[in-house]
Design a binder for this molecule. Sequence first.
Ligand SMILES: NC(=O)c1ccc[n+]([C@@H]2O[C@H](COP(=O)([O-])OP(=O)(O)OC[C@H]3O[C@@H](n4cnc5c(N)ncnc54)[C@H](OP(=O)(O)O)[C@@H]3O)[C@@H](O)[C@H]2O)c1
Length: 284
Amino acid sequence: MRIALIGAGGQLGTALMARLEEEVLPLGSRDLDIADPEQVQRVIPELRAELVINTAAYNFVDKAEDEAERARAVNETGPKLLAETCARLDIPLVHIGTDYVYGGAHPHPHPRPYVETDPATPSSVYSRSKLAGEQAVIAHCPKHYVLRTCGLYGRAVSAGKGNFVQTMLRLGRERGAVSVVDDQWCTPTFATDLAGAIADLITTGKYGLYHATNSGSTTWCGFAREIFRLQGMAVPVTPITTAQFKAKAARPSYSVLDCAKLTNVLGRQLRSWHDALAEYLATT
Ligand SMILES: NC(=O)c1ccc[n+]([C@@H]2O[C@H](COP(=O)([O-])OP(=O)(O)OC[C@H]3O[C@@H](n4cnc5c(N)ncnc54)[C@H](OP(=O)(O)O)[C@@H]3O)[C@@H](O)[C@H]2O)c1
């Protein structure tokens, strides 16, 4: 199978390049700007791919509040163009969504992980643009695999914006102590594990919307503590609240995803976030 991989230099793109055994046609933003209709409509058919994977996105959550137009172009217009083009070519499209579509108050008094059918409640420019993108893919490309993931980290060929693990290690070295938000629950996810899930899912023909993260959950503060523990770094981590951190964009207080649907289709669940993090740190 010939696979066009968009965003090949990003975290997930780099992991997919390492994982996919098929013929992969890697595309960076210089090869294809997904927000440009002329480029999408010309380049995608020329590739003669049998499947397209879109890992490209505008991922600057706070900056998006001031750059809404750019965020929407990459996160909403781009996926819509790709979906329309893949539908015309009658080929499947893999697209990646985010846990941040669950931004509002949790609908249950005692939060439980979100399932795919729970109503989305995005609360920022970034999350609204990502939700619109996945909805466009679902609406326009019948053969879609949309995977919502969370707290992604991995190696990336392109510079990109870095990830939480790299940021914590840098701040730990520079400052010797860090303060990290302790009232936002999520599941850190290793790009290598998500790439493995995608590689398996595309062989099933079971199109649809999936939640796809490592197992378990923690807060960003818990994640930071585990990073330093595994690295053997004695860096004190002070828990703070979302209000104290004062980020520009609103973030969910709880966005843990229930991945049972994906588990059923793949016949396995992704390993715990602890084990995945340990491997990432040991191999970076
Ligand atoms: N990072 C997270 O914590 C997180 C959480 C939930 C969901 N996700 C989603 O997971 C997916 C993968 O994320 P990631 O962390 O791997 O992303 P990443 O490392 O930031 O990489 C994004 C890639 O998108 C490419 N790109 C940006 N604008 C483009 C455009 N207009 N046209 C074509 N390519 C463009 C960039 O290419 P160049 O390098 O060539 O500029 C970059 O390689 C994204 O859909 C993201 O929204 C991420």
